[in-house]
Design a protein around this ligand. Structure first.
Ligand SMILES: Cc1cc2nc3c(=O)[nH]c(=O)nc-3n(C[C@H](O)[C@H](O)[C@H](O)COP(=O)(O)O)c2cc1C
Ligand code: SF4
Ligand code: FES
Length: 544
């Protein structure tokens, strides 16, 4: 059926919280009432990625963005714009996409966007496989099954130099090769969609907006490593992602992209969904495997690594959602195209989620190597309320602590560790200078204390001691010796904790003790909180 116009309503979990479902319903009702039911179609889409207020609606093909659009304004948009062809200027924020193309031209913060991972998000109906197919969906799987051997696929992924986007930045092609070469008839593909890192919501928006891209990539991974079965371990707090995945799996099976003898080939592959157990540590790959197996989510000893001994002891490749979303375009467009984006050692794009004290909140996909200055001050529109920047926590509490001296460092997996920082999962939590550093690191410490699985002593007890000492400091009972003790504890945990959670937990503390040394010292020596946050006297009192 041909429609004269489409109303695209962004339907992410957060837009739903702002009333997007009611706005969609109001459009459907008003369009029927105006007799436009056969001419205009209302579609749910994934995230547009723009840092614009929800509910967010694009009228296509006029490319007009209305945001935030309230239910009571819908009738006017239908009567004026859809019936009479007159744009409702006072409700419009910008002319969204250039006519006849699928490129966003206007939404202001998006000027630097390069969309690979989010190529379909906001443009297709995620619940309709034909929308995905119309934008070259499942073309990569068809190419792989008809033209390439598993070794050739792995070679392409290796040549692309795609680094895992789950936080650690390990080369994906190598991981696929290890799994391919591992002995064993039964192998598995696991998609890590646990996304427990505070401030990160990119995987959710990929799954909500383009679930088929993940299924296609998992099938390609399965073909490459020799697996017939895949699992998506998805955070249970993401009901919309789960709903979209379930529907996508059903449609992919119906169309023959999943199941037995895919596209008439010898290759068969099925995908199952497992809901996360609600613990942050279950995002750690071996704890995740334990959880899928129905056990308590505690990390395993490594080595052996999952490519050798993974799910039910069989070779398993585990990839993050964003990593997988890169696979189909790499196959279709080639590794050289992929390497033309980003930096030579860290190619491609990165999806960042901007949160905290910044003017434009939301997610953005940009080439690797962008600087924090561009992200926070250009795309993010600067620190909210005109305050100064204290720090940006990248990749949640486990990631890196970017202090203002690092604003011009290229953001890549290989550069940031040189500055004792890390790219992590792509969360960017902006913290302004009204915050107290003791309070900030205490809140990170409390997070780790809550999330520690308790299996090993350095993490179980270390986090407890860190929080206790920081509490003392914030109550005016801290000493210079406490600062030494914190450093000692942090270094020991890094060296001796059993898994990545405990090893990364002291990172923000150690970095802040170094960069904000003076602020810590004022707390313990003068019992003074420069930010006025702690339960301390606000006037200076020197205690030596
Ligand atoms: C405590 C902890 C939590 C983690 N949480 C996640 C997560 O939520 N999602 C994710 O993809 N990786 C997470 N990881 C990293 C995974 O262990 C693993 O490296 C990743 O899934 C590999 O995929 P990639 O190579 O595509 O990045 C976590 C690691 C640790 C130590
Ligand atoms: S480091 Fe923490 S989360 Fe990891 S095994 Fe030890 S106690 Fe558990
Ligand atoms: S907690 Fe500190 S002054 Fe703050």
């Amino acid at each position: 059926m041909f429609y004269r116009a489409h109303v695209l309503v962004e339907m992410t979990s957060s837009s739903v919280a702002f009333g997007a479902a009611q706005v969609k319903e109001a459009f459907e009702k008003e369009i029927e009432k105006a007799g436009l039911g056969k001419e205009v179609k209302v579609l749910e889409t994934g995230s547009f990625g723009a840092a614009l207020p929800s509910p967010f609606v694009v009228i296509y093909p006029d490319n007009v963005v209305y945001a935030p659009l309230r239910v009571q304004d819908v009738r006017r948009v239908v009567e004026e714009h859809l019936l009479k062809g007159r744009i409702v200027k006072d409700l419009m924020v910008c002319g969204g996409m250039e006519s006849g193309t699928t490129e966003f031209v206007c939404p202001f913060p998006l000027a630097k966007e390069t969309r690979v991972v989010l190529r379909n998000s906001g443009l297709i109906d995620p619940l309709n496989i034909e929308d995905y197919i119309a934008r070259d969906g499942y073309m990569a799987l068809a190419k792989v099954l008809t033209e390439m051997t598993p070794e050739e696929v792995i070679e392409v992924v290796k040549r692309s130099n795609l680094l895992g986007r789950g936080g650690a930045g390990f080369p994906t092609g190598l991981k696929w090769e290890f799994t391919y070469k591992a002995e064993g008839k039964e192998k598995y593909v696991v998609c890590n969609a646990d996304e427990g890192e505070p401030g990160t919501f990119k995987d959710r928006l990929i799954l909500e907006g383009d679930p088929h891209s993940i299924l296609e990539a998992m099938a390609i991974a399965g073909y490459s490593v020799g697996a017939r079965e895949g699992y998506i371990y998805v955070r249970a707090e993401y009901p919309q992602s789960i709903r979209h995945l379930e529907e996508a799996i059903r449609q992919a099976e119906e169309y023959g992209f999943l199941g037995e003898n895919i596209l008439g080939s010898q290759f068969s592959f099925r995908v199952k969904i497992r809901k996360g157990a609600g613990a942050y540590v279950c995002g750690e790959e071996t704890a995740l495997l334990e959880s899928i197996e129905g056990k308590r989510g505690e990390p395993r000893v490594k080595p052996p690594y999952p490519p050798q001994k993974g799910l039910w002891g069989k070779p398993t490749v585990i990839d993050n959602v964003e990593t997988l979303a890169n696979i189909p375009p790499i196959i279709v467009r080639g590794p050289e195209w992929f390497k033309s984006i980003g930096t030579p050692t860290c190619p491609g794009t990165k999806v960042f989620t901007l949160t905290g004290n910044v003017n434009n909140l939301g997610l953005i996909e940009v080439p690797m190597g962008i600087t924090l200055r561009e992200l926070v001050f250009e795309i993010g529109g600067g620190v909210r309320g005109g305050h100064g920047l204290k720090l940006v926590q990248t990749g949640g509490p486990s990631g890196g602590t970017m202090t203002p001296d690092l604003l011009d460092v290229p953001m890549t997996f290989d550069t940031l560790p040189k500055y004792n920082s890390a790219l992590g999962s792509g969360a960017l939590t902006v913290i302004d200078d009204t915050h107290c550093i003791v309070d900030v690191v205490k809140s990170f410490g409390e997070f780790f204390l809550h999330e520690s699985c308790g299996k090993c002593t350095p993490c179980r007890i270390g986090n407890k001691r860190i929080v206790e000492i920081l509490e003392k400091i914030s109550e005016g009972k801290g000493t210079v010796g406490h600062l030494e003790e914190l450093r000692h504890l942090g270094r020991n945990m890094k060296m001796t904790a059993f898994c990545g959670l405990g090893q990364a937990a002291p990172n923000p503390l150690l970095r802040c003790l170094e960069f904000f040394r003076e602020e810590f010292e004022v707390h313990v020596k003068e019992k003074f909180c420069p930010a006025g946050v702690c339960q301390l006297k606000s006037s200076r009192r020197t205690v030596r």
